[in-house]
Design a binder for this molecule. Structure first.
Ligand SMILES: Nc1ncnc2c1ncn2[C@@H]1O[C@H](COP(=O)(O)OP(=O)(O)OP(=O)(O)O)[C@@H](O)[C@H]1O
Length: 226
């Protein structure tokens, strides 16, 4: 089975004038379709840097990243933007919903940006909001939703384009334990139903332990957790 996401010997060193900060060291990672992978590490270990490189938001200093058979590290910024819009989903610790748009409009946004008609985008967003249990909250603005509901809207938005992979940065980090558990269960259900791969970076061992595979990152070095 072809990997959905793959990186090979990725290193990253930030350079700022005289100062260089090595952050990632020869990180290699393969993610299969539908697989849930947790990347577990403490603050400053390089988790967000790795996720940004996998998303094509940042370039590695060395090494290559592939999405299916496309070499992400060789794409220009317009090609990367299209790839992110059409083939990847993103979930963040803070929901990043647009405050002046309803839940439905927020979920429809990636489709509208991708050129889908308003009617079709809205119809698809509605289906996703139903799947995350928010059929009764579609017309609400983000401020009128609970933290867990906002994160469920963000999950619906991440999945509305039927991405092959969702990259999530501390998706439960801002939620209490029981709401975090509900959000995890939703990720699990959607991942199984839709065969969407999830790469979740987190320092939450409870969340990581629920996933198919745990990798640990420490001082920019990725290793398998036993
Ligand atoms: N633009 C930058 N320039 C220089 N150093 C950076 C830059 N971005 C990140 N770093 C450094 O790289 C290291 C890893 O940062 P990163 O954000 O990837 O960690 P993290 O594991 O996601 O941490 P957290 O859990 O706190 O978000 C940190 O020591 C950070 O200070």
């Amino acid at each position: 089975m072809q990997d959905v996401l793959h990186c090979h010997k990725v290193s990253k060193t930030y350079a700022d004038g005289e100062t260089t900060t090595p952050v990632l060291h020869h990180v290699s990672l393969s993610v299969k379709p539908g697989e849930q992978v947790a990347i577990l590490g403490s603050s400053g270990s390089g988790k967000s840097t790795l996720l940004h490189i996998l998303a094509g938001l940042d370039k590695p200093s060395e090494g290559d990243v592939f999405f299916q058979d496309k070499k992400i590290t060789a794409l220009n910024s317009a090609q990367l933007a299209a790839l992110r819009n059409q083939e990847m989903g993103f979930i963040y610790q803070f929901h990043h919903l647009l405050g002046e748009f309803t839940a439905l409009e927020n979920v429809a946004m990636p489709l509208r940006i991708g050129g889908e008609s308003a009617a079709r985008a809205s119809q698809k967003a509605q289906v996703l909001l139903e799947e995350v249990g928010l059929a009764h909250r579609m017309a609400h603005l983000p401020h009128a939703l609970s933290g867990g509901e906002r994160q469920r809207v963000a999950i619906a938005r991440a999945l509305v384009n039927d991405p092959a992979v969702v990259l999530a940065d501390e998706p439960t980090g801002n939620l209490d334990d029981s709401t975090g558990e509900q959000v995890y269960q939703l990720i699990e259900k959607l991942s199984r139903d839709k065969q969407t791969a999830f790469v979740v970076v987190t320092h939450d061992t409870a969340l990581a332990s629920r996933m198919d595979r745990i990798l640990r990152i420490k001082d920019g070095i990725l290793s398998t957790q036993n």
